[in-house]
Design a protein. Structure first.
Length: 152
């Protein structure tokens, strides 16, 4: 049991790496394969203008995921990714639910569900002990009165 306790600082890191690496790869792929995963897909979903929104979404996925991976401004970085997940659900999973039913939608949406739950976890609990946020928080605790940080 003592052996397990020495690793108790790592769950936040594992969750951040999972979320960050998935969104980083998705963001990069929007630029690498625009016809399949970028503007072509956005056009197929009826999102106008597709080139702008694919680039905008991909850039936010890349920037937010890097912040989450290193654990810097984690709660703030989670917000755009949650918005992306909401839009993805509305544009892909909701029509599937209407057209094909509950079980096919749940099957196809399992990764979206897991990522959304992990994003909610990070938003509620923050980045954990192995992060720049914790370093910033520790520095803030040692600051004189009157100096505050808004986001951690």
């Amino acid at each position: 049991m003592k052996k397990l306790k020495q690793y108790s600082n790592y769950p936040g890191l594992i969750i951040r790496l999972t979320v960050g690496l998935v969104f980083l790869s998705e963001g990069i792929q929007k630029f690498m394969f625009p016809e399949i995963l970028g503007s072509g897909r956005f056009a197929k979903l009826g999102i106008d203008p597709p080139v702008f929104w694919a680039g905008f979404t991909g850039a936010f996925e890349i920037i937010s995921s890097i912040l989450i991976i290193v654990g810097l401004f984690t709660r703030l970085a989670v917000i755009p990714l949650l918005v992306i997940m909401i839009v993805a659900f509305k544009t892909t999973k909701w029509p599937e639910l209407i057209d094909q039913g509950f079980w096919p939608m749940i099957h196809d949406g399992r990764t979206d569900f897991a990522m959304t739950m992990l994003l909610i976890f990070l938003f509620i609990y923050g980045s954990g002990k192995c992060s720049f946020d914790m370093f910033r928080y520790a520095k803030r605790e040692n600051q004189p009165e009157g100096i505050s940080w808004v986001i951690y």
